[in-house]
Design a protein around this ligand. Structure first.
Ligand code: CP
Length: 303
């Protein structure tokens, strides 16, 4: 039984297997694969894509979902039950336990109390979002035909953005990836990620704006700059440097794809949606296939 808590615990061949399996399930749906399986979907924090795509994935594979959204009307939320006790109980009802929690390390803690039932991290605080990374990798592979030899830019909130932490660590397992980090200084990529890249001898560079790097890119991964982290004038001044418009993509390579974990606020203008570069809505759809693949593999189902 394997828990999916953080990307560093998955090796290259496991990532490739999940991507390949997602492709298989997208091409050939299997409505029986999780027949008789029950999966808990326990979200202690808001979610649209992660929760609903997991639940869609389970139901389209013939499985059953139990669980709650936003902490739910549960004993944990209303009566002071601990996460550890809650996980022990719920894991005795199910074959796998999917969770999102605002605290870093919550999924790891859950895995220690799940009695061997696989725990899948749907996001823990600002730490990790491994299943987002799996659908990101699948989307990159689908559009670029490879996961090696890529120029990838991350834009926006790189400090608190768990999706960019997990995806940087995942792509670092592949060969010849060049990273371009575009963020205000206060939202720069955390030191521990840069140190990991330094230790592995992986190229990365820091930039103040997107225009200077767009012509070199295969993947432009946008994220939301969170308004609540700045005072009003600072935010108004800064956010303009991190908004992507269709005009800015004039010099882009034909193969460039713009990704975003969503939700977007205004960091990608809607005119980008009509360009051939936009891939964020297909990326969100790919969440179903990547999560189907993960569940099938974690539950040792024969494909
Ligand atoms: N991308 C993502 O995690 O979206 P949700 O917060 O809607 O799950």
């Amino acid at each position: 039984q394997k828990h999916i808590i953080s990307i560093p615990e998955l090796d290259r061949s496991e990532l490739e297997l999940i991507v390949e399996t997602a492709g298989q399930l997208k091409a050939k749906p299997n409505p029986e694969l999780l027949k008789n399986k029950v999966v808990a979907s326990c979200f202690f924090e808001p979610s649209t894509r992660t929760r609903l795509s997991f639940e869609t994935a389970i139901q389209r594979l013939g499985g059953t979902v139990i669980g709650f959204d936003n902490g739910g009307n549960t004993s944990l939320a209303k009566k002071g039950e601990t996460l550890a006790d809650s996980v022990q109980v719920i894991s005795s009802y199910v074959d796998a336990y999917v969770m999102r929690h605002p605290q870093e390390g919550a999924a790891r803690l859950a895995s220690e109390f799940s009695n061997g039932v696989p725990v899948i991290n749907g996001g823990d605080g600002a730490n990790q979002h491994p299943t987002q990374t799996l659908l990101d990798l699948f989307s990159i592979y689908e559009t670029q035909g490879r996961l090696d030899n890529l120029n990838v830019a991350f834009v926006g909130d790189l400090k608190y953005g768990r999706t960019v932490h997990s995806l940087t660590q995942a792509l670092s397992k592949f060969n010849n990836i060049n990273f371009f980090f575009i963020a205000p200084e206060v939202l720069a990529m955390p030191d521990y990620i840069c140190e990991e890249l330094d230790e592995a001898g992986i190229n990365y560079s820091l930039h103040g704006s997107m225009e200077e790097v767009i012509p070199q890119l295969d993947v432009l991964y946008m994220t939301r700059v969170q308004k609540e982290r700045f005072d009003e004038s600072e935010y108004a001044h800064m956010k303009a440097a991190y908004i992507l418009t269709a005009e800015m993509l004039k010099e882009a390579r034909d193969n460039l794809k713009v990704l975003h974990p969503l939700p977007r606020v205004d960091e990608i203008t809607v005119d980008v949606d009509k360009t051939p570069y936009a891939y964020y809505f297909q990326q969100a759809e790919n969440g179903v296939y990547a999560r189907q693949a993960l569940l099938a593999l974690v539950l040792n189902e024969e494909l």
